[in-house]
Design a protein around this ligand. Structure first.
Ligand SMILES: Cc1cc2nc3c(=O)[nH]c(=O)nc-3n(C[C@H](O)[C@H](O)[C@H](O)COP(=O)(O)OP(=O)(O)OC[C@H]3O[C@@H](n4cnc5c(N)ncnc54)[C@H](O)[C@@H]3O)c2cc1C
Length: 474
């Protein structure tokens, strides 16, 4: 009887465990041995839920865990927690492993350089690492990241501690990207007076600045002090070395607690050392089957790879769980003997701060320009429901369309309830390479509680169609 092949997975979260689970669905243990190596203590958890856990919407850490280590093991995956891969040897088809305190200790001892573990297929799903600039005081007690379950736990403990300490607590969030604004909401809900600092012109640089301005104005209206063009220079500490304030070049902001939301970079140090192909952002480059380019039995997915942006035709690093899970599914299918590809993304994302929903898909003006595209832009203001229906709230939609062809290039939406997920219509239109004119006749649902007679996305498409026609005359 032929011996089973061995699949080794580095990273036990979204991409890695999706790959392992899918491969296991397709091949039993007699055909494929699956070993998953995770340096932390958790698997298959939703980092996306951490802001809602911190804010109190999600009651318990366990609610964020989709599948426990025991459940994975019951399904025939040899999952080894607290086990770190310290070196890749792609030519020798082996990885060096340290740790393995959990389970069968297959990783070797903690003190030495570790043991080699051979593979037939290797999946690199090492995720991304949060940016933590080397500023004075950045490691002081009271400064929190929000990348991992351990980060979430330590933040929760700090929130509960300070909750009983006194009122009038202040929090500073550094970084006004989607994680920063989601954390601002969480802290507001916990009763903090919140300041958000960002060095950019406007919050949410995943939007054009004119749409980011709407987010800033709404945040200020919610009582969140939002300071832009403010680069943090230091974290000031006080009694017991604890954080007391955050300094920028111009000012100091008092803080009992600081949360960092400065973005992430692909975790590809091992891949770089092993000479694997990396893109401009440092993410691994793969083919459409999620195989590392030029390597037959090496696969990579999730936050550690670059993805093809279908609108600009460029490789980009976009760290989102929705992609990571799909990558894992594709990798697991291919290793399991099936066939699947990940064609690329159109750049869709949605988030919110309190009741303000923020969404985008496709290209921003700056991205379209750097891709060499000529385009028109329109922005419309409409409402989430028929204007006469209770609860109708303003919604802004910005749309980019290519000059002459009228091809949709991007959409950004800022508005209240019901605004954000409207971006999905635009994402589908982008995936289908529709023109804005074709979009105007889309058969979208209408009833007064859900939208005005002309859905805001269609209103924007009509205006964009007219703008393309006008521009075409020149
Ligand atoms: C606060 C927050 C909110 C988010 N919200 C959203 C959202 O709303 N929507 C969305 O789509 N995405 C969201 N994301 C992003 C999403 O969580 C990530 O894109 C997703 O977790 C990526 O999955 P991954 O498996 O690629 O990487 P990760 O989840 O980072 O997992 C990688 C794993 O690899 C392990 N590892 C790394 N190196 C090694 C090594 N050498 N040896 C062993 N193990 C190793 C790490 O410990 C880690 O557990 C959010 C992220 C955060 C932090």
């Amino acid at each position: 009887m032929a011996t089973a092949q061995r699949m080794v997975v580095i990273g036990g979260n979204a991409a890695g465990m999706s790959a392992a689970s899918q491969a296991r669905r397709l091949k039993g243990p007699g055909e494929l041995e699956i070993i998953a190596l995770e340096r932390g203590g958790y698997t298959s958890y939703s980092a996306c839920g951490i802001p809602y856990w911190a804010g109190g919407d999600v009651a318990a850490a366990d609610d964020l865990i989709a599948r426990t280590p025991e459940e994975h093991r019951e399904r025939g995956i040899d999952l080894r927690l607290h086990t770190e891969v310290t070196e890749l040897d792609p030519d020798g088809c082996r990885v060096r492993v340290r740790g393995g305190g959990d389970g069968d200790g297959g990783g070797g001892d903690d003190s030495g350089p570790g043991k080699w573990l051979g593979y037939d297929h290797l999946v690199i799903a090492t995720g991304a690492r949060p940016l933590r600039p080397g500023l004075p005081g950045i490691d002081a007690p009271g400064v929190h990241g929000v990348q991992t379950m351990d980060d979430g736990r330590s933040l929760l403990e700090a929130l509960e501690e300070t909750e009983s300490a006194r009122t009038g607590r202040r929090a500073v969030v550094v970084g006004a990207g989607y994680i920063g604004v989601e954390m601002a909401e969480a802290l507001v809900r916990r009763g903090y007076r919140v300041t958000v600092l960002d060095r950019a012109e406007e919050p949410m640089t995943t939007l054009d600045p004119d749409m980011g301005r709407l987010v800033r104005e709404a945040m200020v209206g919610m009582g969140i002090e939002t300071v832009t063009e403010a680069a943090v220079t230091a974290v000031r500490t006080g009694e017991g070395g604890r954080v007391r304030a955050v300094a920028t070049e111009d000012a100091e902001y008092e803080a009992d607690l600081v949360v960092l939301g400065l973005g992430v970079r692909p975790e590809t140090g091992l891949a770089r050392e092993a000479g694997l192909p990396l893109g401009e952002s440092g993410g691994l480059l793969t083919d459409l089957a999620m195989r590392v380019r030029g390597r037959e039995n090496l696969w990579a997915g999730g936050d550690c790879v670059e993805v093809l942006d279908l609108v600009s035709g460029r490789d980009r690093h976009i760290a989102l769980g929705t992609h990571a899970n799909k990558h894992g599914q594709v990798i697991g299918t291919n290793i399991g003997g099936g066939y699947a590809t990940f064609p690329g993304v159109v750049g869709t994302a949605v988030s919110k701060v309190c009741d303000l929903e923020i969404a985008r898909t496709g290209l921003l003006e700056s991205q379209a320009r750097s891709a060499g595209l000529r385009f028109v832009t329109v922005t419309i203001e409409s409402t989430s429901r028929a204007g006469y229906y209770p609860g109708a709230a303003p919604m802004h939609v910005k749309m980019l369309a290519e000059h002459r062809t009228g091809r949709l290039l991007g959409v950004q939406i800022v508005g209240r309830e019901g605004a954000g997920k409207r971006v999905d219509v635009a994402a589908v239109a982008l995936s289908a390479s529709m023109t804005v004119e074709q979009m105007t006749s889309l058969d979208l649902g209408y009833a007064p509680p859900f939208s005005p007679l002309w859905d805001p996305v269609l209103v924007a498409a009509r205006k964009a169609t007219a703008a393309v026609r006008r521009a075409g005359a020149h």
